[in-house]
Design a protein around this ligand. Structure first.
Ligand SMILES: Nc1ncnc2c1ncn2[C@@H]1O[C@H](COP(=O)(O)OP(=O)(O)OP(=O)(O)O)[C@@H](O)[C@H]1O
Length: 342
Protein backbone atom coordinates (compact mmCIF):
# COMPACT_ATOMS: atom_id res chain seq x y z
CA UNK A 1 0.00 0.00 0.00
CA UNK A 2 1.29 3.48 -0.84
CA UNK A 3 1.87 5.52 2.31
CA UNK A 4 1.11 9.15 1.44
CA UNK A 5 3.58 11.80 2.61
CA UNK A 6 2.89 12.92 6.15
CA UNK A 7 2.61 16.63 6.87
CA UNK A 8 3.84 15.92 10.40
CA UNK A 9 6.06 13.11 11.54
CA UNK A 10 7.96 12.41 14.73
CA UNK A 11 10.93 10.07 15.05
CA UNK A 12 11.93 8.75 18.47
CA UNK A 13 10.65 12.00 19.93
CA UNK A 14 11.03 12.56 23.67
CA UNK A 15 9.13 15.43 25.27
CA UNK A 16 9.34 16.96 28.71
CA UNK A 17 11.04 19.61 30.76
CA UNK A 18 14.61 20.58 31.54
CA UNK A 19 15.53 22.97 34.28
CA UNK A 20 18.77 23.60 36.16
CA UNK A 21 20.34 20.39 34.95
CA UNK A 22 17.32 18.29 35.84
CA UNK A 23 15.38 16.54 33.08
CA UNK A 24 11.83 15.31 33.42
CA UNK A 25 10.66 13.11 30.53
CA UNK A 26 6.89 13.21 30.04
CA UNK A 27 6.76 10.84 27.04
CA UNK A 28 9.37 9.16 24.88
CA UNK A 29 9.86 7.05 21.77
CA UNK A 30 7.03 8.83 20.01
CA UNK A 31 6.83 7.78 16.37
CA UNK A 32 3.67 9.18 14.84
CA UNK A 33 2.56 10.40 11.43
CA UNK A 34 -0.21 12.81 10.55
CA UNK A 35 -1.54 12.68 6.99
CA UNK A 36 -3.24 15.48 5.04
CA UNK A 37 -7.03 15.25 5.21
CA UNK A 38 -7.02 13.53 8.59
CA UNK A 39 -8.47 14.62 11.91
CA UNK A 40 -6.53 13.11 14.79
CA UNK A 41 -7.65 13.34 18.41
CA UNK A 42 -5.04 13.21 21.13
CA UNK A 43 -6.50 11.64 24.25
CA UNK A 44 -5.12 10.85 27.69
CA UNK A 45 -5.74 11.37 31.37
CA UNK A 46 -4.87 14.59 33.19
CA UNK A 47 -1.13 15.07 33.22
CA UNK A 48 -0.46 12.44 30.52
CA UNK A 49 1.38 15.02 28.42
CA UNK A 50 -1.08 16.22 25.77
CA UNK A 51 -0.31 19.93 26.14
CA UNK A 52 3.40 19.22 26.38
CA UNK A 53 3.23 17.34 23.08
CA UNK A 54 1.17 20.09 21.44
CA UNK A 55 3.58 22.79 22.53
CA UNK A 56 6.58 20.74 21.42
CA UNK A 57 5.08 19.99 17.99
CA UNK A 58 4.19 23.67 17.63
CA UNK A 59 7.77 24.71 18.32
CA UNK A 60 6.96 26.50 21.59
CA UNK A 61 9.16 24.28 23.71
CA UNK A 62 12.19 22.20 22.73
CA UNK A 63 12.05 18.44 22.35
CA UNK A 64 14.25 16.54 24.80
CA UNK A 65 15.48 14.38 21.92
CA UNK A 66 14.36 12.91 18.61
CA UNK A 67 12.98 14.63 15.54
CA UNK A 68 9.90 16.51 14.42
CA UNK A 69 9.51 16.68 10.64
CA UNK A 70 7.03 19.17 9.21
CA UNK A 71 6.25 18.94 5.51
CA UNK A 72 9.52 17.10 4.95
CA UNK A 73 11.73 19.50 6.91
CA UNK A 74 13.02 19.31 10.49
CA UNK A 75 11.03 21.72 12.68
CA UNK A 76 14.23 23.39 13.89
CA UNK A 77 15.28 24.21 10.31
CA UNK A 78 12.14 26.23 9.59
CA UNK A 79 12.28 30.00 10.04
CA UNK A 80 9.37 31.43 12.08
CA UNK A 81 7.75 32.90 8.96
CA UNK A 82 8.00 29.57 7.11
CA UNK A 83 6.62 27.70 10.10
CA UNK A 84 3.68 30.12 10.34
CA UNK A 85 2.66 29.16 6.80
CA UNK A 86 2.78 25.48 7.58
CA UNK A 87 1.39 25.25 11.07
CA UNK A 88 -1.15 27.10 13.19
CA UNK A 89 -1.38 26.42 16.89
CA UNK A 90 -4.29 27.27 19.17
CA UNK A 91 -3.62 26.96 22.88
CA UNK A 92 -6.79 27.35 24.86
CA UNK A 93 -5.35 28.61 28.11
CA UNK A 94 -3.07 31.15 26.56
CA UNK A 95 -5.59 33.45 24.93
CA UNK A 96 -4.19 36.86 25.66
CA UNK A 97 -5.31 39.18 22.92
CA UNK A 98 -5.07 42.41 24.90
CA UNK A 99 -7.53 44.99 23.77
CA UNK A 100 -8.01 43.73 20.24
CA UNK A 101 -11.41 43.15 18.71
CA UNK A 102 -12.39 39.70 17.50
CA UNK A 103 -12.08 40.93 13.90
CA UNK A 104 -8.55 42.23 14.52
CA UNK A 105 -7.55 38.89 16.01
CA UNK A 106 -8.82 37.01 12.97
CA UNK A 107 -7.06 39.45 10.62
CA UNK A 108 -3.81 38.75 12.50
CA UNK A 109 -4.11 35.20 11.20
CA UNK A 110 -3.07 36.56 7.79
CA UNK A 111 0.19 38.05 9.14
CA UNK A 112 2.38 35.25 7.69
CA UNK A 113 1.26 36.41 4.24
CA UNK A 114 1.02 40.17 4.68
CA UNK A 115 3.68 41.07 7.26
CA UNK A 116 2.76 43.23 10.26
CA UNK A 117 2.11 46.35 8.23
CA UNK A 118 1.11 44.68 5.00
CA UNK A 119 -2.21 45.54 3.44
CA UNK A 120 -4.76 42.84 2.83
CA UNK A 121 -5.22 41.50 -0.67
CA UNK A 122 -8.48 40.33 -2.17
CA UNK A 123 -7.45 36.78 -1.30
CA UNK A 124 -6.72 37.78 2.34
CA UNK A 125 -10.16 39.37 2.64
CA UNK A 126 -11.84 36.32 1.22
CA UNK A 127 -9.93 33.94 3.55
CA UNK A 128 -10.87 36.10 6.54
CA UNK A 129 -14.55 36.21 5.56
CA UNK A 130 -14.59 32.45 5.03
CA UNK A 131 -12.96 31.77 8.41
CA UNK A 132 -15.43 34.06 10.20
CA UNK A 133 -18.29 32.25 8.52
CA UNK A 134 -16.93 28.77 9.27
CA UNK A 135 -16.30 29.52 12.94
CA UNK A 136 -19.70 31.23 13.22
CA UNK A 137 -18.41 34.37 14.90
CA UNK A 138 -20.01 37.14 12.78
CA UNK A 139 -21.99 38.59 15.73
CA UNK A 140 -18.79 38.91 17.81
CA UNK A 141 -16.54 40.75 15.37
CA UNK A 142 -16.66 44.24 16.87
CA UNK A 143 -16.38 43.11 20.47
CA UNK A 144 -13.11 43.25 22.34
CA UNK A 145 -11.59 39.91 23.26
CA UNK A 146 -11.82 40.64 26.98
CA UNK A 147 -15.58 41.20 26.54
CA UNK A 148 -16.13 37.68 25.22
CA UNK A 149 -16.90 34.49 27.10
CA UNK A 150 -14.28 31.73 27.19
CA UNK A 151 -16.22 29.73 24.60
CA UNK A 152 -16.62 32.75 22.31
CA UNK A 153 -12.90 33.54 22.57
CA UNK A 154 -12.17 29.93 21.71
CA UNK A 155 -14.19 30.24 18.50
CA UNK A 156 -12.41 33.46 17.57
CA UNK A 157 -9.05 31.74 18.02
CA UNK A 158 -10.25 28.94 15.75
CA UNK A 159 -11.24 31.54 13.13
CA UNK A 160 -7.76 33.05 13.40
CA UNK A 161 -6.18 29.63 12.84
CA UNK A 162 -8.45 29.07 9.84
CA UNK A 163 -7.49 32.47 8.43
CA UNK A 164 -3.84 31.48 8.78
CA UNK A 165 -4.77 28.75 6.27
CA UNK A 166 -1.97 26.30 7.06
CA UNK A 167 -1.89 22.67 5.96
CA UNK A 168 -1.42 21.65 9.61
CA UNK A 169 -3.56 22.87 12.52
CA UNK A 170 -2.83 21.98 16.15
CA UNK A 171 -5.50 22.73 18.74
CA UNK A 172 -5.07 22.15 22.46
CA UNK A 173 -8.48 21.38 23.96
CA UNK A 174 -10.50 23.47 21.49
CA UNK A 175 -13.79 22.33 23.04
CA UNK A 176 -12.83 22.96 26.67
CA UNK A 177 -15.13 25.92 27.26
CA UNK A 178 -17.91 25.08 24.82
CA UNK A 179 -21.40 23.85 25.64
CA UNK A 180 -22.56 20.55 24.17
CA UNK A 181 -24.07 21.82 20.88
CA UNK A 182 -21.00 23.99 20.27
CA UNK A 183 -18.68 21.08 21.08
CA UNK A 184 -20.45 18.88 18.57
CA UNK A 185 -20.47 21.72 16.04
CA UNK A 186 -16.74 22.38 16.52
CA UNK A 187 -15.84 18.71 16.03
CA UNK A 188 -18.12 18.46 13.00
CA UNK A 189 -16.55 21.57 11.49
CA UNK A 190 -13.01 20.32 12.05
CA UNK A 191 -13.86 16.92 10.61
CA UNK A 192 -15.44 18.48 7.50
CA UNK A 193 -12.56 20.91 7.16
CA UNK A 194 -10.00 18.11 7.21
CA UNK A 195 -11.98 16.21 4.58
CA UNK A 196 -12.79 19.12 2.26
CA UNK A 197 -9.55 21.08 2.38
CA UNK A 198 -7.09 18.21 2.99
CA UNK A 199 -5.77 19.96 6.09
CA UNK A 200 -4.25 17.80 8.78
CA UNK A 201 -5.76 18.60 12.17
CA UNK A 202 -4.50 17.40 15.52
CA UNK A 203 -6.52 18.30 18.58
CA UNK A 204 -6.26 17.29 22.19
CA UNK A 205 -9.50 16.69 24.01
CA UNK A 206 -11.20 15.03 26.94
CA UNK A 207 -14.30 14.44 24.81
CA UNK A 208 -13.91 10.71 24.37
CA UNK A 209 -17.33 10.20 22.88
CA UNK A 210 -16.96 12.93 20.26
CA UNK A 211 -13.42 11.81 19.50
CA UNK A 212 -14.61 8.26 18.92
CA UNK A 213 -17.21 9.53 16.48
CA UNK A 214 -15.18 12.03 14.50
CA UNK A 215 -11.48 11.13 14.63
CA UNK A 216 -9.85 9.40 11.68
CA UNK A 217 -7.21 8.33 14.15
CA UNK A 218 -6.73 8.53 17.90
CA UNK A 219 -3.42 9.03 19.68
CA UNK A 220 -3.75 7.68 23.19
CA UNK A 221 -1.22 8.99 25.68
CA UNK A 222 -0.58 6.83 28.71
CA UNK A 223 0.61 7.96 32.11
CA UNK A 224 3.70 5.76 31.61
CA UNK A 225 4.87 8.04 28.80
CA UNK A 226 3.93 5.86 25.84
CA UNK A 227 1.63 6.73 22.96
CA UNK A 228 -0.59 4.37 21.04
CA UNK A 229 -1.99 5.40 17.64
CA UNK A 230 -4.83 3.72 15.81
CA UNK A 231 -8.35 3.86 14.47
CA UNK A 232 -10.71 4.70 17.36
CA UNK A 233 -12.65 1.47 16.79
CA UNK A 234 -9.50 -0.67 16.98
CA UNK A 235 -8.37 1.01 20.20
CA UNK A 236 -11.79 0.33 21.73
CA UNK A 237 -11.92 -3.27 20.57
CA UNK A 238 -8.36 -4.15 21.63
CA UNK A 239 -8.97 -2.79 25.13
CA UNK A 240 -6.57 0.20 24.93
CA UNK A 241 -9.31 2.65 25.87
CA UNK A 242 -10.21 0.64 28.93
CA UNK A 243 -6.60 0.44 30.04
CA UNK A 244 -5.92 4.14 29.55
CA UNK A 245 -8.96 5.35 31.43
CA UNK A 246 -9.35 2.55 33.95
CA UNK A 247 -10.28 3.71 37.42
CA UNK A 248 -11.87 2.15 40.43
CA UNK A 249 -15.59 2.68 40.30
CA UNK A 250 -16.14 2.83 36.55
CA UNK A 251 -15.07 1.26 33.32
CA UNK A 252 -15.28 1.81 29.59
CA UNK A 253 -17.95 -0.33 27.99
CA UNK A 254 -16.81 -1.54 24.55
CA UNK A 255 -20.32 -2.42 23.48
CA UNK A 256 -21.72 1.11 23.86
CA UNK A 257 -18.57 3.25 23.75
CA UNK A 258 -19.52 4.86 27.05
CA UNK A 259 -18.23 4.90 30.59
CA UNK A 260 -20.17 2.78 33.01
CA UNK A 261 -20.27 3.66 36.68
CA UNK A 262 -20.07 0.58 38.85
CA UNK A 263 -22.77 0.44 41.46
CA UNK A 264 -23.41 -2.40 43.82
CA UNK A 265 -25.90 -4.38 41.77
CA UNK A 266 -28.36 -6.93 43.03
CA UNK A 267 -28.25 -10.47 41.61
CA UNK A 268 -29.77 -10.31 38.16
CA UNK A 269 -33.53 -10.44 38.66
CA UNK A 270 -34.87 -8.64 35.60
CA UNK A 271 -34.92 -9.66 31.96
CA UNK A 272 -35.24 -6.75 29.53
CA UNK A 273 -36.41 -7.11 25.93
CA UNK A 274 -37.78 -4.91 23.16
CA UNK A 275 -36.69 -1.90 21.11
CA UNK A 276 -33.01 -0.95 21.35
CA UNK A 277 -33.42 2.66 22.58
CA UNK A 278 -36.04 1.99 25.29
CA UNK A 279 -34.11 -1.08 26.48
CA UNK A 280 -30.85 0.92 26.71
CA UNK A 281 -32.36 3.74 28.81
CA UNK A 282 -34.49 1.42 30.95
CA UNK A 283 -31.38 -0.61 31.72
CA UNK A 284 -29.52 2.51 32.80
CA UNK A 285 -32.28 3.54 35.17
CA UNK A 286 -32.66 0.02 36.61
CA UNK A 287 -28.93 -0.38 37.18
CA UNK A 288 -28.81 3.02 38.87
CA UNK A 289 -31.39 1.57 41.25
CA UNK A 290 -29.06 -1.35 41.92
CA UNK A 291 -31.22 -3.84 40.02
CA UNK A 292 -29.27 -6.46 38.07
CA UNK A 293 -30.22 -7.30 34.48
CA UNK A 294 -30.44 -10.99 33.71
CA UNK A 295 -29.51 -12.70 30.45
CA UNK A 296 -32.28 -15.24 30.99
CA UNK A 297 -35.87 -14.77 29.97
CA UNK A 298 -37.12 -16.81 32.93
CA UNK A 299 -35.77 -14.25 35.44
CA UNK A 300 -38.25 -13.38 38.23
CA UNK A 301 -39.28 -10.21 36.39
CA UNK A 302 -39.54 -9.57 32.64
CA UNK A 303 -39.88 -6.14 31.08
CA UNK A 304 -40.86 -5.66 27.47
CA UNK A 305 -40.05 -2.09 26.36
CA UNK A 306 -41.17 -0.32 23.18
CA UNK A 307 -40.81 2.95 21.29
CA UNK A 308 -43.86 5.19 21.20
CA UNK A 309 -44.45 8.69 19.77
CA UNK A 310 -44.12 9.93 23.38
CA UNK A 311 -40.87 8.05 23.84
CA UNK A 312 -41.40 4.98 25.95
CA UNK A 313 -43.78 2.33 27.13
CA UNK A 314 -43.23 -1.03 28.77
CA UNK A 315 -45.05 -4.02 30.04
CA UNK A 316 -43.89 -5.58 33.31
CA UNK A 317 -44.42 -9.28 34.02
CA UNK A 318 -43.84 -10.36 37.60
CA UNK A 319 -45.12 -13.65 39.01
CA UNK A 320 -48.76 -13.70 37.90
CA UNK A 321 -48.98 -9.92 37.49
CA UNK A 322 -48.74 -7.91 34.27
CA UNK A 323 -48.93 -4.13 34.12
CA UNK A 324 -48.14 -1.31 31.70
CA UNK A 325 -46.14 1.85 32.27
CA UNK A 326 -45.60 4.83 29.97
CA UNK A 327 -42.39 6.37 31.28
CA UNK A 328 -39.11 5.17 32.76
CA UNK A 329 -39.99 7.01 35.96
CA UNK A 330 -43.20 5.02 36.25
CA UNK A 331 -41.30 1.83 35.49
CA UNK A 332 -38.90 2.45 38.38
CA UNK A 333 -41.78 3.39 40.70
CA UNK A 334 -43.53 0.09 39.94
CA UNK A 335 -40.39 -2.05 40.10
CA UNK A 336 -39.00 -0.71 43.40
CA UNK A 337 -41.59 -2.38 45.68
CA UNK A 338 -41.11 -5.70 43.87
CA UNK A 339 -37.51 -5.94 45.08
CA UNK A 340 -37.59 -4.34 48.53
CA UNK A 341 -34.59 -6.21 49.96
CA UNK A 342 -32.00 -4.84 47.57
N1 LIG B 1 6.52 23.77 33.10
C1 LIG B 1 6.57 22.52 33.54
N2 LIG B 1 7.66 22.04 34.19
C2 LIG B 1 7.74 20.77 34.63
N3 LIG B 1 6.73 19.86 34.49
C3 LIG B 1 5.61 20.29 33.85
C4 LIG B 1 5.46 21.62 33.36
N4 LIG B 1 4.22 21.73 32.79
C5 LIG B 1 3.65 20.52 32.93
N5 LIG B 1 4.45 19.66 33.55
C6 LIG B 1 4.21 18.25 33.88
O1 LIG B 1 4.22 17.50 32.67
C7 LIG B 1 3.23 16.48 32.71
C8 LIG B 1 2.33 16.61 31.49
O2 LIG B 1 1.58 17.81 31.61
P1 LIG B 1 0.60 18.29 30.46
O3 LIG B 1 0.10 19.64 30.82
O4 LIG B 1 1.28 18.12 29.15
O5 LIG B 1 -0.54 17.18 30.59
P2 LIG B 1 -1.97 17.12 29.87
O6 LIG B 1 -2.13 15.74 29.33
O7 LIG B 1 -2.11 18.25 28.91
O8 LIG B 1 -2.92 17.31 31.11
P3 LIG B 1 -4.42 17.92 31.25
O9 LIG B 1 -5.35 16.92 30.63
O10 LIG B 1 -4.60 18.01 32.72
O11 LIG B 1 -4.44 19.26 30.55
C9 LIG B 1 2.50 16.63 34.04
O12 LIG B 1 3.03 15.70 34.95
C10 LIG B 1 2.82 18.04 34.47
O13 LIG B 1 2.85 18.12 35.89
Amino acid sequence: MINPAAILETRALAIGYRSSGHERTVAAQLDVRLQPGNLVCLLGSNGAGKSTLMRTLGGLQPALSGQIIIDGQPLGALKPAELARKLSLVLTDRIDAGNLTAREVVVLGRTPYTGWLGSLSENDHSKIAQSIEQAGISPLLDRHMHQLSDGERQKVMLARALAQDTPLILLDEPTAHLDLPNRVEMMRLLHTLARDTRKAILLSTHELDLALQTADEVWLMHADGTLLAGLPEDLVLNGSFETTFARNGFSFDRATGTFVIHRPVDTAQIYLEGAVGPVFWARRALEREGLGISRYRDAPCRISAADTPDGFEAEIFFENLAFKVSSVQELIRQIRPLFPLR
